[in-house]
Design a protein around this ligand. Structure first.
Ligand code: FAD
Ligand code: FES
Length: 245
């Protein structure tokens, strides 16, 4: 359920040169869904900034964000003890019930964070999880150790070949997975759509407009009409998405 809360920053540290991890705490903060997101209000900016839930337990949530513009720069400049106005509990989240025995997680860049909480929850169900994490270059890589610590088999791909497999996530697809979950930039999602052999779920981190369902700026064409990522998403199933690929 959506909630507006004032949360206190208890950690805000660099993970790579451009990605930071922020931990937020608040009394009454509920456990967030894997694949869900929060919407953060920032000073002087009309639109809240949506960020996926990386990890969550009652009373606390963690996000990983890339500093790309005014909003995320403001977040990067904040310290422990400062507070943020956050809408929590947003997004339909991933459906874990379809994972099968050997789910495959495919993340690209800042599409990796929402897959972490998913992996954590799938791991508690005893699934054999494999994750392929894609980045442009070695300096941008994050998450490998954290996914391994959950017991996942992890392959890292870098576009320039400076770390792991050279190429895209889709160049490192393993065989024999039961289902897939993916999040990343749209060209990657389209390639995953073309090249995967099973059903799966896509989480979109499209740029949003209003963020509350009014502008259609985030819409995606599906077999049941246009769906708004901010309202009906951010997770859509492979079979419902209509992409001319
Ligand atoms: C559901 C959802 C979940 C998200 N989860 C995460 C996350 O976990 N971690 C994370 O780092 N980011 C995530 N994003 C993207 C994040 O919302 C944007 O990067 C952020 O809003 C940028 O705000 P800004 O004010 O810093 O940048 P702006 O000043 O608004 O923009 C700066 C530059 O970044 C580009 N940009 C802005 N938003 C996006 C976007 N969504 N995709 C690609 N380019 C963009 C702009 O075109 C511009 O060039 C998510 C987005 C959505 C919709
Ligand atoms: S961002 Fe306006 S409808 Fe989704």
């Amino acid at each position: 359920m959506m909630n507006q809360q004032i949360l206190t920053i208890t950690e805000n540290v660099p993970v790579t040169a451009s990605v930071r991890r922020m931990r937020l705490e608040g009394a009454g903060l509920e456990q967030q869904k894997a694949g869900g997101f929060v919407n953060i209000r920032l000073n002087g900016l009309f639109l809240r900034r949506p960020i996926s839930v990386y990890d969550s337990e009652p009373g606390c949530l963690t996000i990983l964000y890339k500093v790309v513009g005014k909003g995320t720069e403001q977040m990067a400049g904040m310290g422990s003890g400062e507070t943020l106005d956050v809408l929590t509990g947003l997004g339909n989240g991933y459906d874990l019930g379809k994972a099968g025995d050997a789910p495959l997680l495919l993340g690209g860049g800042v599409g990796v964070p929402p897959l972490y909480l998913l992996a954590k929850q799938l791991a508690t169900q005893g699934k054999k999880i494999r994750a392929v994490l894609g980045f442009n270059t070695a300096e941008e890589v994050f998450g490998e150790a954290e996914f391994r610590a959950l017991g996942c088999g992890v392959t890292v791909a870098t576009t320039d070949g400076s770390y792991g497999v050279r190429g895209f996530v889709t160049d490192a697809l393993p065989e024999g997975y039961s289902y897939f979950y993916t999040c990343g930039p749209e060209p990657m999602l389209r390639a995953v759509y073309r090249m995967t052999k099973t059903s799966g779920q896509f989480s979109f981190e499209e740029r949003m407009g209003c963020g509350f369902g009014a502008c259609m700026g985030c819409s995606c064409k599906t077999i049941t009409g246009y769906k708004r990522i901010c309202r009906e998403g951010p997770v859509l199933e492979k079979e419902e998405i209509i992409w001319d690929v």
